[in-house]
Design a protein around this ligand. Structure first.
Ligand SMILES: Cc1cc2nc3c(=O)[nH]c(=O)nc-3n(C[C@H](O)[C@H](O)[C@H](O)COP(=O)(O)OP(=O)(O)OC[C@H]3O[C@@H](n4cnc5c(N)ncnc54)[C@H](O)[C@@H]3O)c2cc1C
Length: 144
């Protein structure tokens, strides 16, 4: 893969995508309006498939020892997860902020350019691709 990609948002999805795009050879810039990762309480667990994906990328060691819960629920209905066909059956207690830090470190180590305090204001489709209008917050400047 080649080309230049702008990812809007440095949440877990944007940071994971940035890392994957770098592995594929794209030049990646992540634009995030927040100055720092949010400290709001968000997701607290990872499911088996997410753990498999982190394992495939060699990222589990960085999480250290992760507590496992063999049961979960769906809409309040209890679920026994022991029988899942996975080496990572169950739910794993990892706060979202920790996952974001992990994915951000990986994206940057792979060469993604993660720019905080950059807000995307508009996208324009052109014949060659897409142009992005972004503002560097606090500076009053814009970037194309
Ligand atoms: C209170 C709360 C509790 C939750 N609890 C759970 C839970 O227990 N389990 C669970 O699985 N999930 C939970 N979630 C959901 C989980 O947090 C989301 O699914 C996850 O954050 C989505 O990731 P994302 O990267 O798609 O989006 P986000 O994490 O929302 O990231 C998007 C990023 O894009 C940035 N952005 C947006 N627009 C622009 C722009 N124009 N320019 C620049 N940057 C921009 C935002 O600042 C943000 O940082 C919870 C969510 C909330 C709010």
């Amino acid at each position: 893969m080649s080309g230049r990609v702008v990812v809007v948002g440095a949440g877990p999805v944007g940071l994971a995508l940035a890392g994957e795009l770098r592995v594929g050879g794209a030049e990646v810039t992540v634009l995030e309006r927040l100055a720092a990762p949010t400290t709001e309480s968000r997701a607290t667990t990872l499911d088996a498939r997410t753990m498999e994906l982190l394992d495939e990328r060699g990222l589990l060691a960085a999480l250290g020892t992760v507590p496992r819960e063999p049961r979960g629920h769906f809409g309040g209905l209890p679920l026994d997860l022991e029988g899942q066909p996975s080496a990572f059956a169950g739910q794993w207690k990892v706060p979202q902020a920790r996952v974001e830090a992990l994915l951000g470190d990986r994206a940057r180590a792979l060469g993604a350019d993660v720019r905080r305090e950059h807000e995307v204001r508009a996208l324009h489709r052109t014949e060659d691709g897409v142009t992005v209008d972004a503002v560097e917050l606090g500076s009053g400047g814009t970037c194309g």
